[in-house]
Design a protein around this ligand. Sequence first.
Ligand code: ADP
Ligand code: 5SP
Length: 476
Amino acid sequence: MAEQRVVIGFDSSTQSTKALAVDLDTGAVLGQGRAPHDVSTGAGRESDPEQWWRALGEAAAATGWADRAAAVSIAGQQHGLVTLDTSGVPVRPALLWNDVRSAPQADELKAAIGAAELARRTGSVHTAAFTAPKWAWLRAEDPAAAERVAAVRLPHDYLTERLTGQAATDRGDASGTGWWGPDGYDKDILDRIGLDPALLPQVLAPGARAGVVRPGTALRAGAPVATGTGDNMAAALGLGLRPGQPVLSLGTSGTVYAVGRTRPADPSGTVAGFADALGGWLPLACTLNCTLAVDRFAALLGRDRDEVEEGGTAVVLPYLDGERTPDLPGASGLVHGLRHDTTPGQLLQAAYDGAAHALLTALDDVLRAGGADPAGDEPLLLIGGGARGRAWQRTVLRLSGRAVQVPDAGELVALGAAAQAAALLTGESADAVARRWRTAHGPVLEPVRKDEDALARIGDTLRRAGALQGAPAEDR
Ligand SMILES: Nc1ncnc2c1ncn2[C@@H]1O[C@H](COP(=O)(O)OP(=O)(O)O)[C@@H](O)[C@H]1O
Ligand SMILES: O=C(CO)[C@@H](O)[C@H](O)COP(=O)(O)O
């Protein structure tokens, strides 16, 4: 009998590291692991990269397959700024994608280069989330730390390098830095933010091998390691996405995306023109406030997260962390439209609606940006921790008017990384591996009538809340 080959895929995301050990032939998940991360609260959002590395080892061990892994790959939260000294040790905690302190530096880049030109060169108009303004923030606010930096990495690059000893990244995650375009690193942007390109890793080709596991880690020494990629790009692989199939991910961030045939360049900044991990594109819109914001409202109301009630006039803009879509980094949570008869359940439902609004109103633009027809009838694939929630499912049905498919498989990011690892061994493309594993299989929820009234109420509140939420005068 042929020997069973098992690959391990990792998702080093905002709140935790998740690992899946997967049978290369059948796609069966044979073991799982998870270890939590700490994220700072207060003005910024920072995490310790050393903790991610320890979490990766713990999650790997918990799968029960770490010392037998045939191949490995690591996907990670996008955009984070990891700074290393000459010994490869983090100079300071990493600045995460949802840290909005770099908003002024994003504005400076926009003013200096212009939104349309940024979109043309990098695919995206920079917000505080992107790595480029984070580096500019570090130089301005913590120059002593910036001086000590000998290497700059994204979260997944840092972990891959700890595993292999090789400094490498991939085009998917590189496309979220704001200093990369299809021709490579953008020297002009790097110059403007004072970052020496020699500090950056090489961008490897899709399907390439980053190296092999070096001795002394939790994983089998000598196992080949794929490039890894950003978490959204990995989920696209993990679902085996074909162009035009829309995805909505409900996690710490909310994201909506589709694989595109054409390279996106949206000067309005709503759609980020990311690259995917295969040579195509991944137009995407992202919010900062998703499952955590809704769970906070449930806690404030003393309710279970599914104890919602539809109806009423309440509107919640749940921008507890500031917001990125719309680009309102200085915003805070806002409740509007309360009446004597507003119930706690209606208020909680309004928080769900407020969190889903920007994602679902960006969906058509995302599809168009990648050359797909927004009127297509592909079901919306619902993934991420929130996808299991009854109230989330119902909210997405109501506000999208589309059929919604909930894959049986959880952890699509880690599955995508596992598919990338498998592809190293079989020579297939990672998305083809995922399709062979039937990862997207799951029930399709029938569409319901789109709740245009709720969408209009939220849109109206958003427009009128401009000054309170720190919108620039011209947008009010
Ligand atoms: N059954 C559920 N209903 C609604 N939300 C859920 C459910 N299970 C988990 N979550 C939410 O999922 C989130 C974690 O999602 P996940 O995709 O793992 O996050 P991330 O990858 O950003 O770390 C948590 O914030 C939690 O609120
Ligand atoms: O910033 C983005 C996408 O541009 C986020 O989607 C991050 O990649 C974090 O992802 P999660 O930890 O929420 O999965």
